[in-house]
Design a protein around this ligand. Structure first.
Ligand code: ZN
Length: 417
């Protein structure tokens, strides 16, 4: 149901009569307001309402910004305004945002041609079309075509652009329209508006199009994305393709300069760099392991020896090259070690304690006692390794000393070996 009175006649579509017309005068036929947004219906307009995959125009009526344009089933077009029109006069001057509209015409006409090319070269029908200020796509059934197939499609497109084929829109009676080789059957009851790329393509469409294919300028596919059992083809036409080209030149120029290589050698240069990074990472891992081992051996050598066990106590400094976990794992990989480590990182007091496989001590018992003794000490772990946090540095050192004491209290089980 329309929000407009039945008596209101359909709006004359100046954007169909001449899609290149940017300004017009018209009579105000009806004013309305919905949810605080003023709207106006004119006897005629250049403003294209949203539809058929093409976004609505923006611009101004009597100097007031037009923020949205919608059409109803009866062909009446509502201009939604940022502020109400003055009451007088009844005739207004309108102007559309032409650069934006021309961009849409390039993308939309490019879409007709690209869809025709996919149909002609790969027998792939277009089942979806999306156009916005920053993206334009069509959807095809099936998986993405390979590079060779895509090249054949683009050859078809570029040939048609070079031929500057006229693009003509005509209203046909339905019975006449259905005899045309339309890419999709028409979805209207009355006369059908058919947009023809002369001799190449016939589409039922209510959008705005260029005069001829030469004005598409250039068309490129930027990405083909698999979506379930369909493919979304991202493409750019006209000014968008040109701007994208410049951006790619800027980026590749920066990359070739940084890597001191040519455009063609860029992929190989990046591959070499990735290989080098991998090798370096491996070398760093190996070096760090050697250093951690040396540090573990130094800590064990300096540790008090009691009951056949080396009891390591250590608080890590900020700049140590190993983390607490790898250091404790290294420490308890040596036999007869109990290790108690702590660290302060970003104001967090962390502790970790572990024992070698041959030390008969259940660290979970120690954990239980630790939690009972110090409020705010939390943690978890296994029979040979426990770790957690303390509320502050003072509690952390006290907790570490208690963990150390458990090791000193061990019966001389190992010393008999
Ligand atoms: Zn169209």
């Amino acid at each position: 149901m329309s929000i407009l009175p039945d008596s209101l006649p359909p709006t004359t579509k100046l954007y169909w009569q001449d899609p290149y017309r940017t300004a017009f005068t018209a009579r105000v036929l009806h004013r309305l307001e919905v949810d605080g947004r003023p709207g106006v219906v004119l006897n005629r307009t250049c403003f294209y309402p949203a539809g058929g995959g093409q976004p609505h125009d923006i611009g101004a009526l009597a100097g007031i910004p037009v923020v949205d344009v919608t059409g109803d089933e009866a062909g009446r077009i509502i201009h939604w305004l940022q502020a109400p029109l003055p009451d007088e006069p009844d005739e207004v001057h309108g102007e559309i945002d032409w650069p934006r509209r021309f961009d849409f015409m390039q993308q939309h006409s490019g879409q007709h041609l690209l869809s025709a090319a996919f149909q002609d070269r790969l027998y792939r029908p277009t089942i979806g079309f999306h156009l916005s200020d920053n993206s334009v796509t069509i959807d095809l059934p099936g998986p993405p075509p390979d590079d060779e197939a895509a090249a054949r499609v683009l050859d078809f497109v570029q040939a048609a652009i070079a031929e500057a084929r006229p693009i003509i829109a005509r209203l046909h009676p339905l019975e006449e329209a259905i005899r045309l080789p339309l890419r999709k059957p028409p979805q209207v009851d009355g006369p059908v508006r058919v947009v023809e790329i002369q001799g190449l393509d016939w589409s039922a469409c209510g959008g705005t199009h260029l005069r001829n294919t030469a004005e598409i300028g250039h068309l490129v596919i930027t990405r083909m994305e698999r979506r379930g059992d369909q493919t979304r083809v991202h493409f750019l036409a006209g000014g968008r393709a040109a701007r994208d080209h410049l951006e790619r030149i800027r980026i590749t120029r920066e990359l070739t300069s940084r890597l001191s290589t040519s455009l063609g050698d860029l992929p190989a240069a990046i591959q070499r760099m990735q290989d080098q990074v991998k090798q370096s990472q491996k070398a760093v891992r190996q070096a760090r392991e050697l250093l951690t081992r040396a540090e573990a051996q130094r800590l064990i050598a300096e540790a008090p020896h009691t009951g056949g066990v080396d009891v390591v106590y250590h608080i890590l400094e900020q700049d140590e090259l190993w983390d607490m976990e790898s250091l404790i794992k290294m420490l308890i990989s040596f036999p007869s070690v109990v290790a108690v480590l702590g660290s302060m990182e970003a104001g967090r007091a962390r502790w970790i304690a572990g024992r070698s496989e041959n030390v008969p001590m259940n660290m979970l018992d120690n954990l239980a006692e630790l939690k009972e003794t110090f409020a705010g000490v939390q943690g978890g772990g296994s029979r040979d390794l426990i770790q957690g946090v303390a509320p502050d540095f003072d509690t952390l050192t006290k907790a570490l000393h208690l963990l150390q004491a458990f090791a000193f209290d061990l019966p001389d089980l190992i010393s008999e070996e």
